[in-house]
Write a protein that binds this ligand. Structure first.
Ligand SMILES: NC(=O)c1ccc[n+]([C@@H]2O[C@H](COP(=O)([O-])OP(=O)(O)OC[C@H]3O[C@@H](n4cnc5c(N)ncnc54)[C@H](O)[C@@H]3O)[C@@H](O)[C@H]2O)c1
Length: 426
């Protein structure tokens, strides 16, 4: 049966015969996800989602599979579609369908048309809750699929870009249900954005290009959670890091952390490798293509494939060819060559394996708790973006520490009293 024909059977994956490979990856990741393992045991006991339907739009990876299985084991009917057309692990998708009975709609390198059709298929489940990564599922529900929105009691959002879109929706008064910004949990952006993106972005660049980072000038655009992680790891490998920013506080922080800070216009002329991590579009654009050195390498670890203006690069170049798998060479009219990794898509996902499972353990424990929180509190939550409740954030951190065998101190009664009193001075 073709993948599309299978869609009518409640899933659309590349090939169910890939399920064995997917199973090995899911099991391998699970070993590094002790916090999610504890949450799963708790959900199996308490069955919080019995009778509820959850639609998730996430990168279809082994770690995501373990979150889906955790929610299913908590009693939910779960449907999963991809949050990017390019990042699906076809084996994982097949295994979720074959071994776990989880309706999955995702095929690696699916067309835009298929990507949107898969989101529609997830909405067809008429979910009570949404888990989104980038806000495409929520935006579709609020535009072309208003028919299904009445059933939704709340949702969660995984990424900074998604949270920004949701905040605009809330400001414009169109958001029709409460959403918890999992991205904003301290334990999410500390682990996932900073350490996960930091390590895996460098890994992706090295796998794709095989460059020696030591001694190179690496320009990081954006000094948010992802950018600072990337900058720290690049420096750890001996690179000379330059940061570009639009926020003066972040720029100052980068400077105090020991990086050089300048505008992209200045950095373009001296950098060897450029990594965008801003969530913004056209951060590298026509103005910069004219300045880059021969051999400059351009990569993106921020949002989708919009941070480098590839349309403008295409127009400015005389030709393009594949220099290596995952690396395109653009020949400029003056003879310089510019290299774009992974077509400007997320280099840590396309050329590496995304975040290690130990990182996603923390992020997805937050997701699982956030979905349970929505279920318990949706009646009292306004239709806007809500922060991750700090007590859940701390609970996730506590569980991660416990899983690593690390004990920390507790405040004594005397200390608690001291910290909560204004009367006691020095
Ligand atoms: N690759 C991944 O696996 C991965 C993981 C997590 C987040 N992300 C994405 O990475 C992006 C950044 O996430 P974050 O958590 O670091 O966000 P953040 O908001 O903490 O940081 C973004 C930074 O970019 C800066 N910025 C915006 N426009 C800029 C411009 N034109 N030039 C220079 N700096 C600019 C902002 O001032 C901000 O400091 C988002 O799109 C997010 O969705 C990717």
């Amino acid at each position: 049966m073709s993948a599309n024909a299978e869609a009518s059977a409640g899933y659309d994956v590349k090939d169910l015969a890939l399920a064995d490979a997917g199973r090995s990856s899911i099991d391998w990741a699970y070993q590094s996800m002790p916090v999610l393992q504890s949450v799963r045991k708790h959900f199996i006991r308490t069955q919080p989602f019995a009778g509820y339907r959850i639609a998730a739009c996430l990168h279809v990876t082994p770690e995501t599979a373990n979150l889906m299985i955790t929610l299913r084991d908590g009693g939910a009917s779960v449907v999963l579609c991809a949050s990017s057309p390019f990042t699906t692990d076809d084996g994982v998708a097949a295994c979720l369908v074959r071994d776990y009975g989880i309706a999955t709609f995702a095929v690696k390198d699916e067309s835009d048309e298929m990507y949107h059709r898969h989101i529609m298929a997830a909405i067809d489940l008429r979910p009570h809750m949404t888990i989104d990564s980038g806000c495409d599922l929520v935006a579709t529900l609020h535009s072309s699929r208003q028919d299904a929105i009445g059933d939704v009691i709340g949702g969660t959002e995984e990424t900074a870009t998604g949270v920004t879109r949701l905040q605009v929706m809330a400001r414009e008064g169109v958001l029709q249900y409460p959403v918890v910004a999992v991205n904003d949990a301290a334990t999410k952006h500390l682990f996932d954005n900073q350490y996960g993106t930091g390590q895996s972005t460098i890994e992706g660049i090295l796998r794709a290009t095989n460059v020696l980072l030591a001694g190179l000038k690496v320009v990081v655009a954006g000094y948010g959670w992802c950018g600072r992680g990337i900058a720290a790891r690049a420096r750890g490998l001996g690179a000379n890091v330059i940061v570009t920013e639009v926020d003066p506080v972040k720029a100052l922080e980068a400077l105090m952390d020991g990086h050089r800070v300048m505008s992209m216009g200045e950095a373009a002329a001296i950098g060897d490798i450029f990594i965008t991590a801003t969530g913004n579009r056209s951060v590298i654009n026509r103005e910069h293509f004219d300045k880059f050195k021969d051999g400059a390498i351009l990569c993106n670890a921020g949002h989708s494939n919009v941070e480098i203006d590839l349309g403008a690069l295409q127009r400015a170049a005389s030709s393009r060819k594949e220099a290596r798998p995952s690396v395109d060479e653009y020949a400029m009219r003056d003879g310089r060559r510019l290299y774009v990794v992974d077509g400007g898509r997320l280099v840590n996902v396309a050329s590496a394996e995304g975040h290690p499972a130990a990182v996603m353990d923390v992020t997805f424990a937050n997701q699982a708790f956030a979905v349970e929180y929505i279920l318990k509190h949706h009646r009292s939550l306004e239709k806007r973006v809500h922060p991750m409740p700090p007590e859940l954030d701390r609970q996730v951190a506590r569980m991660k520490l416990e899983s690593m065998g690390v004990k920390i101190d507790k405040l004594s009664l005397e200390q608690e009293k001291y910290l909560s009193s204004w009367a006691e001075g020095a």
